[in-house]
Design a protein around this ligand. Structure first.
Ligand code: NAI
Ligand SMILES: N[C@@H](CC=O)C(=O)O
Ligand code: NA
Length: 913
């Protein structure tokens, strides 16, 4: 409404168009005034300039379509354009009009649109246009079967009409159809006799498909109770053919004719034929390829629609070809220029010329899926209405073109010689080749350009011949052809003018190890084009797309060792993934799970609701190298982490290599940090050097915050004096429960059953596990100790230490129950308990593990279950140590500790807190 008023003020003294009756009398309202005979088309640009519209759009008295009705305006909320009692234009393609049922569906959409006036542009029923072209071809070839083919066309429409219509409308339609078919037969017979059809003959024949579909839809809508007229756009739309097999709309003349048409048929719902038009001399013609979209855009401009909706069978415009990039997303908005750019690269958007008419008036075009009304579609609109203020959203989409060759013309004789480029491209033009991109560095020693592979031979031959003398004389060194190239284009209006965007693009390509052969970026700033090897193209596309489209805290994870801890972690990830994604934008993808014998891999992320089933159904032979490669290299997620949930030194030996490759490592496995000192130091140095993260909180005290507390103390300048405590959940449990008549072996079996022990419980009973923890804490505190520096108290009976399986060991352990029972009884008699303790004495640079007796009121005697207790005596905590106590073993707490390391990684990578 606002827009109408504005137009009135600017161009006319006609009655206020905001009054409904006035509007009704002149359905296209003030439009005619804009194109008054003495008004030049230039005024098109003056009407509602972007600033006018922007300001008006901000006003609050906008009228939106009722939310209870079919939501045809989805997506438009983002657009600051006035909406209200003006035209909405819809275009339904052949697929939408494919059957009687689909035509009914189209009618429902039209009826559900609450706009006061609707202009609906339709294509012919699907396949009909091809059938009609075929008729003409057959007639030209004097193949008489065109007669029966025409009967098929007629039959198709008769059948459809009989389902849709009844009464007078059906009779009227069928009689018109028969008349048309009979005319067409005469015309095709004439073509057959002549053996030739002029373009206008052909266009006349072909255009009938739209006439019939428009009639059927219009009669059906009328049948549904809504007054409706159909429009033969050949009476209204006037276009001038151009030399390039395209047409230029004559807006002035079209507008006049439209005004006249409306004066005769003042309907509020109009079904117009797409695709067809007339020349200024009233000769039928068509709008060529994608003509119906173009019709809708021109009609949208003529009636100054508030929106043009193009109904199709896709949900909208994707950020990349979804067949190549599974993570491709539907774009909510695109600027006209971006859509333009995308359509050049073959994205299923709109033909660029479709955008021109609506762009002049800043009318949004919305692409929507008729088969999925829930999808809001993509809105193509003025840049200022496009969403996205973030750096990432500067790049809207990625497109590729394959089967190209790069031609490189090189030589010192080119520099500073005017006319070289002109001579090169004149030769290219002479052979009719299409240049897709051009790049010349300012040194002027080479010009390279991309042409379709199938045209490159002719191009290079022409260049060789044109520059024969220069080549012979050495002024040019070569005309080189690089075959099998592709173009990757990043499209986005603000891309080139926003610092850092191209850097991010090239960084993504570099990380994916993709070599860029040539680069072009025009001043238009809408796209950056890179030429690469065709075999790299999909990888490049994915790498670039994921860099801009995935959350920067998307983490590809490889889980190694799905045993007790690994399995529990997978279940915790499963249960928490959605919350993390929603609340913290952390996107965790388990790309692979490997055990010792088998592994499962995924390209997108394993469905963790069924990882156990997948292990049985889709497992392949485990191969850690292949596994790491898959997790890290195949998917171009911005971050990779290996989570080692084994107790295997061989897995730990890979950390160094992974950190070198930029793969983060998280583990509850103690082997790396308690292994050979030089190896450990190398690992830590590499980790810091490569800015990768290595977290291992669960190696000491399981989920208890032992490592992070120690690191926090050290990093803030505290000085550790000593650390001592009960570091083994297993030994804590054993000595907390080894009471009364309980036997040692029974309690060990219980600890194993509860998941407290190492995979081999002898690691715990021997004191090695505690010694490893002491070493980990000592090294963290800066001491350079080896595991062998720690004297251990081994509780494994001597005969059971070697050459026994875990099962055999557990089976034989009861035979030796007597040994520890005596020691326990002696302590008890003295009012004391046995506790297995570890200690780091920083000043003495020593670590120790001991089986000690404590009086029953000592804090170490107060523990229960698998409790650990760790006391830090430091310069700041000198008189009273800092004490951490709680369960220090078990599946849930340990997996929770590993999980919290994963989230710590995500937060280091930028996740919000
Ligand atoms: N259980 C607990 O309370 C705690 C355990 N940890 C550590 O967690 C790690 C895992 O312990 P659990 O889950 O209890 O052991 P587990 O024996 O139940 O699980 C280990 C898994 O790793 C697999 N595995 C072994 N070598 C492998 C290799 N080379 N490649 C792939 N998979 C391999 C095994 O087949 C098994 O599925 C150990 O390093 C342990 O020290 C740390 C803190 C507490
Ligand atoms: N087996 C270990 C598990 C934790 O590291 C223990 O018992 O403490
Ligand atoms: Na811990």
């Amino acid at each position: 409404m606002e827009r109408s008023v504005q137009c009135q003020r600017t161009f006319s003294s006609a009655p206020a168009a905001s009054h409904p009756h006035h509007r009704r009398r002149s359905p296209i309202g003030p439009l005619a005034l804009r194109f008054a005979p003495n008004q030049q088309p230039l005024d098109f640009a003056r009407i509602g300039t972007s600033s006018e519209r922007g300001r008006k759009g901000m006003s609050s008295n906008l009228v939106f379509a009722s939310a209870t009705e079919l939501s045809l305006d989805q997506g438009v909320e983002n657009c600051n354009l006035p909406k209200g009692d003006m035209w909405s234009v819809h275009k339904f393609g052949g697929t939408c009009m494919g059957t009687a049922e689909r035509i009914q569906n189209v009618a429902n959409i039209v009826l559900g649109d609450s706009s006061e006036r609707k202009l609906v542009v339709v294509s012919a029923m699907s396949k009909v246009t091809d059938m009609m072209y075929n008729l003409v071809q057959k007639a030209q070839a004097r193949d008489d079967t065109f007669m029966t083919d025409l009967d098929d066309v007629s039959e198709k429409h008769m059948l459809t009409a009989r389902i849709l219509l009844d009464g007078d409308d059906l009779a009227g339609f069928l009689s018109q159809l028969r008349a048309d078919i009979s005319n067409l037969k005469a015309m095709l017979s004439a073509i057959s006799i002549a053996g030739h059809a002029t373009e206008s003959f052909s266009d006349f024949v072909v255009g009938h498909g739209e006439i019939w579909s428009a009639q059927m839809l219009s009669y059906y809508i009328k049948k549904c109770g809504r007054p409706c007229s159909w429009m033969d756009t050949r009476q209204v739309l006037i276009v001038n053919p151009t030399s390039t097999n395209q047409v230029d709309p004559d807006y002035l003349e079209s507008e006049k004719r439209l005004e006249k048409w409306f004066s005769q048929q003042p309907a509020d719902t109009i079904i117009a034929t797409g695709f067809i038009a007339s020349t200024p001399k009233n000769i039928p013609t068509t709008l060529k390829r994608d003509g119906s979209d173009f019709s809708a855009a021109i009609m949208g401009a003529l009636v100054k629609a508030r929106q043009v909706t193009i109904w199709t069978d896709v949900d909208g415009v994707f950020s990349a070809d979804p067949r190549k990039v599974s993570e491709a997303q539907i774009l909510k908005t695109l600027s006209y220029q971006e859509a333009w750019e995308m359509s050049y690269f073959g994205a299923n958007v709109l033909h660029p010329r479709t955008i021109i008419p609506v762009m002049k008036y800043q009318i949004p075009i919305v692409i929507r899926n008729i088969f999925n009304l829930a999808a809001p579609g993509t809105m193509i609109c003025p840049e200022e209405n496009v969403d996205g203020k973030r750096l990432e959203s500067c790049v809207k989409a990625f497109a590729t073109i394959d089967n190209l060759a790069l031609v490189n013309v090189e030589g010192t004789g080119m520099a500073g010689v005017p006319g070289t480029a002109s001579a090169i491209f004149a030769s290219v033009k002479d052979v009719g080749a299409n240049v897709i991109m051009i790049s010349q560095a300012s040194s002027e020693h080479s010009i390279c350009f991309a042409v379709p592979e199938k045209e490159v031979k002719a191009v290079s031959d022409a260049l060789e011949s044109r520059f024969r003398h220069a080549l012979d004389a050495g002024r040019l060194s070569k005309v080189e052809v690089i075959h099998n190239c592709s173009i990757l284009a990043a499209v986005g209006q603000k891309m080139a003018s926003t610092p850092g965007v191209s850097a991010t693009l090239f960084d993504a390509l570099a990380k994916a190890n993709i070599n860029v052969r040539a680069i072009a970026q025009g001043c238009s700033e809408y796209n950056i084009t890179v030429v690469l090897k065709q075999e790299d193209c999909v990888r490049a596309l994915r790498a670039a797309h994921s860099r801009f489209y995935l959350s920067k805290t998307t983490i590809a994870m490889g889980i190694i060792g799905p045993g007790l801890i690994g399995g529990t972690l997978l279940d915790q990830l499963r249960d928490q993934a959605a919350v993390l994604k929603e609340k913290l934008n952390i996107d965790l993808r388990v790309m692979g799970i490997t055990g010792t014998r088998t592994m499962i891999l995924s390209n997108l992320g394993i469905d963790l609701t069924k990882w156990k089933e997948l292990q049985k159904e889709e497992a392949q032979v485990a191969d850690l190298e292949k596994f790491a490669q898959h997790v890290h290299e195949n998917h171009f997620f911005p971050n990779t982490v290996m989570v080692d949930c084994t107790a295997d030194t061989r897995v730990a030996n890979h950390y160094f290599d992974w950190l070198c490759k930029g793969i983060h490592v998280i583990t509850p496995n103690k082997k790396a940090n308690s292994g050979p000192l030089d190896r450990y130091l190398k690992l830590r140095t590499q980790q810091r050097k490569s800015y990768t993260h290595y977290f291992y909180e669960a190696t000491v005290g399981a989920g208890l915050p032992i490592i992070s507390t120690l690191q926090g103390l050290l990093e803030t300048g505290d000085k550790i004096l000593s650390i001592e405590g009960i570091f083994s959940g297993t030994l804590s449990y054993i000595f907390n429960n080894f009471k009364g008549t309980r036997t040692f072996s029974d309690v060990v079996a219980e600890a194993k059953e509860a998941g407290f022990t190492e995979p081999d419980p002898r690691e715990d009973l021997s004191g090695t596990d505690v010694a490893r923890k002491v070493i980990i804490l000592a090294r963290e505190s800066g001491l350079k100790l080896e595991l062998s520096d720690i004297e251990i108290v081994n509780l494994v009976p001597e005969p059971l230490r070697e050459n026994l399986s875990i099962e055999e060991f557990m089976h034989q352990l009861p035979k030796f129950d007597g040994d520890l029972t005596k020691e326990r009884n002696d302590a008890e008699a003295a009012g004391e308990v046995l506790r297995y303790v570890g200690a780091v004495d920083v000043s003495k640079e020593q670590g120790s593990v001991k089986l000690r007796r404590y009086s029953k009121d000592h804090p170490f005697a107060q523990l229960s279950g698998s409790d650990n207790i760790i006391a830090f005596t430091t310069m700041r905590y000198k008189n009273q140590p800092l004490i951490i106590r709680g369960p220090g073993a078990g599946a849930e707490v340990t997996a929770g500790g590993v999980f919290s390391d994963i989230l710590r990684l995500a937060s280091y990578l930028g996740a919000p807190s």
